[in-house]
Design a protein around this ligand. Structure first.
Ligand code: FAD
Length: 426
């Protein structure tokens, strides 16, 4: 009998628990450890921050769905991991032993790297439901007396899509309220150019996103390093191609949402030789820890090098479908090892990303996500806004029902040439 423990009940962890439970015989145990009683659907966060969604519409209490499918559910954060001793301790003191550990703990939000950044300082965040709710409360106050808005992503950030989404969604919301004419907007980003996305661009994402910002009267600063934020003021160094400051901007704002850089969560970062210096799990091509062979990892918490050097550091994003492909590889590999076979499955790291602009949107497909690529395109249209709503409903249904790879994924994505596992050439 094997006991598999998955830490982190997010976009990676929940499907991983369901899939392992489905693939393994009843003699094996699957346990999911979460930081709260809920699964939170992160991609809906920008909608929570403008009041288009309430957190309770886009989260799922996990006890009943998991226990109904035979997954043990422990909603207490992991406090420490003894990887050499195959054990972990939860914040409530509960100790667990495992045969295989899957780490899917997402990011720690490194607001402390820029003075004044984040909800404890002077900018908002859409990284969690709690942050988005607090951003929504502040936005309602802002609407009573609107003024300049600054949105973007700071140096070291790896997740740019939601920053663009939030800028466009704010624009759409303010136009609906007939307040847009009172709100100068600036997009501030560490990317070397608009539409880089931490990916060296996807298709013509540069042209597409620049055009979108221009049409919406949103000014931008690229190669930007945020030096500090104080009440209503952001100090930004605009840098040259060598990353040296060429101009300082002091941007006044009444409302600001800036995405921070990510690090790995403390309980995982503290495990000797498991992670890189920023606390991301070092893995091989089978999603397996380079140091501990019975530890696997998927999602934002894995170490992926930047796709190319940039004047201001930017990281590579880890997007939903890419994470699902990591999860598929982990499940295949753990099942194979338990059956006495070699763990050979490799994730494709194919990326499909739908960026909502409130009334339209842009879809990016990068196969694989890290260049050079076999397929790459970016397209814009109202259909993307609708597709994102469908994706939200579909993913939440999947989390509630445990149905992991239904017909849509098996046949529609396959027909588009988008698959989660690499063909292994023997
Ligand atoms: C605002 C936003 C919008 C995004 N939108 C999209 C999108 O539209 N499409 C897309 O493809 N990608 C999107 N992404 C990128 C990515 O898909 C998400 O960040 C996704 O949630 C990452 O999945 P994950 O499983 O790695 O981490 P998460 O979904 O963040 O899950 C990690 C879980 O681990 C828990 N955890 C942390 N520490 C511990 C601990 N010590 N013990 C137990 N549990 C712990 C956390 O509470 C969390 O529940 C978005 C990202 C952000 C920030």
């Amino acid at each position: 009998m094997a006991h598999i423990v998955i830490v982190g009940a997010g976009i990676g962890g929940v499907p991983c628990a369901y899939e392992l439970r489905k693939k393994l015989g009843k003699e094996h145990r699957v346990t999911l450890v979460g930081a709260s009683p809920f699964f939170e659907f992160t991609p809906s966060n920008p909608w929570i921050a403008v009041g288009w969604r309430k957190p309770e519409q886009v989260r799922v209490e996990m006890h009943d769905p998991l226990e109904a499918r035979g997954v043990q559910w422990l909603p207490y954060p992991a406090a420490s991991v003894d990887a050499a001793g195959n054990a972990l301790t939860l914040a409530n003191g509960h100790a667990l032993r495992y045969d295989y550990l899957v780490i899917a703990t997402g990011p720690r939000l490194a607001f402390e790297e820029v003075p004044g950044l984040g909800p404890a300082g002077f900018t908002h965040s859409v990284c969690t439901h709690e942050h988005s709710l607090s951003a929504w409360k502040a936005y309602q106050e802002f609407l009573k007396d609107p003024g300049p808005i600054v949105v973007g992503a700071v140096q070291g950030a790896s997740c740019f899509g939601p920053a663009y989404e939030f800028a466009m969604i704010l624009d759409a919301d303010l136009r609906k309220r007939k307040l847009r004419d009172r709100v100068p907007m600036t997009f501030v980003t560490s990317e070397p150019y608009i539409g880089h996305m931490g990916l060296g661009g996807v298709g013509d994402s540069k042209g597409l996103m620049e055009s979108e910002l221009r049409q919406r009267h949103i000014k931008w600063l690229t190669n930007a390093r945020v030096e500090r934020v104080t009440a209503g003021k952001m100090t930004v160094s605009e840098c040259d191609d060598d990353g040296k400051p060429k101009r300082e901007h002091v941007l006044p704002f009444r409302y600001s949402m800036m995405l921070p850089a990510f690090k790995g969560v403390e309980a995982i970062a503290a495990v000797p030789e498991l992670c890189n210096p920023r606390g991301f799990v070092l893995i091989d091509s089978h999603q397996r820890s380079k140091k501990y062979p019975n530890v696997f990892s998927a999602g934002v918490c894995v170490a992926i090098p930047p796709v190319e050097p940039t004047p201001i550091p930017v990281g590579a994003p880890k997007t939903g479908y890419m994470i699902e492909s990591m999860v598929s590889a982990i499940c295949e590999n753990i099942v194979a090892e338990i059956a006495g076979r070699a763990a050979t499955a490799q994730a494709t790291w194919n990326a499909i990303c739908l960026a909502d602009f409130g009334d339209s949107g842009a879809a990016f497909v990068a196969l694989p996500q890290i260049p050079p690529r076999n397929v790459t395109w970016a397209k814009e249209g109202r259909w993307v806004h609708l597709a994102k709503i469908v994706f939200e409903k579909y993913f939440l249904r999947k989390v509630r029902t445990g149905s992991i790879a239904p017909v849509y994924e098996k046949y529609v994505l396959k027909a588009l040439g988008i698959v989660s596992l690499k063909e292994v050439h023997k």
